[in-house]
Design a protein around this ligand. Sequence first.
Ligand code: PEP
Length: 255
Amino acid sequence: MSTRKKLIAGNWKMNKTAADAVTLAQELVAAVGRQPAVDVVVCPPFTALESVARTLDGSLIKLGAQNMHAEPSGAFTGEVSAPMLRALFVTHVILGHSERRQLFGETDPAVNLKTLAALKHQLRPIVCVGETLAEREAASTLKVVQAQVERGLEGVGKDHAANLVIAYEPVWAIGTGKVATSEQAQEVHAFIRGLLGKLFTDPVAQRIRILYGGSMKPANAPELLAQKDIDGGLIGGASLEARSFLDLLAAAAAS
Ligand code: PEP
């Protein structure tokens, strides 16, 4: 039985004005603000971070961002840095999401720089990895995931590694309604934990949470979350509405 506490993180993507985000955060705080069975993170858009931070104040729900720049400051128009996020009480940051990789050209070396910067500034990176449908069909899933993990985490010290969160998100399952079977997901999660063991030692790998992401919903969550190496979920669509997100938290608490 794993000692890793389950973590459910909601990725709100480019949805919700600051006012709408506060409404959802209020509903979540009212229902789970003091429920310690599962770690909960919500990741609103940048424009809602400050107001959601105020709403979450005093609850156990943590605040995450969806991206950041690796540099602390400078001439990077349109970007947001780790110290800026820290100043808004952000504790987690999603890095290398497949939408950033596919739509904004984010590469493994860029994810690596951001990961190192996040850790340096005491933010917990949620580093996303995962194969496309073509890569799965070509039987290269493990090879692709291995390269993303190794390149994305290059230079992370053993002492900081337990602060990492990895999200395995098969690209073909994100926002498509197609979910990986629990066997497919567990196979990749176990593989990632093995890699983390080689990079950081087994005891450290046992402490790192590996989330599944890709059309996770209350109906399919119990089976996924029952897998030995699935330590929670990174949730897109089902995090945009309080009822489904709360049901996912309940599923994680029961697993
Ligand atoms: C995501 O974008 O991280 C995600 C998992 O989305 P969805 O749950 O909508 O598939």
